[in-house]
Ligand binder design. Structure first.
Ligand code: SF4
Ligand code: SF4
Length: 57
């Protein structure tokens, strides 16, 4: 199961995108978004998000 970003919580700070080792995170229209096809479920982004907007689906 890939990790997902809660758009209602994400502040679009960009920390997760810098943290992701496989570049699965990019800026979307309303929040940063995770490409489920690329995510390896490592958990780094969830650990680094200052808003705790990322969780395992
Ligand atoms: S680190 Fe958290 S708040 Fe920042 S862009 Fe990523 S999901 Fe959004
Ligand atoms: S769980 Fe790991 S691979 Fe998936 S989006 Fe977060 S940092 Fe990237």
């Amino acid at each position: 199961m890939p990790h997902v970003i809660d758009a209602s919580i994400c502040s679009s700070c960009g920390v997760c995108a810098e943290t992701c080792p496989v570049e699965a995170i990019s800026e979307g229209p309303d929040s940063y978004v995770i490409d489920a096809e690329l995510c390896t479920d490592c958990g780094s982004c969830a650990a680094e998000c200052p808003s705790e907007a990322i969780s395992a689906e």
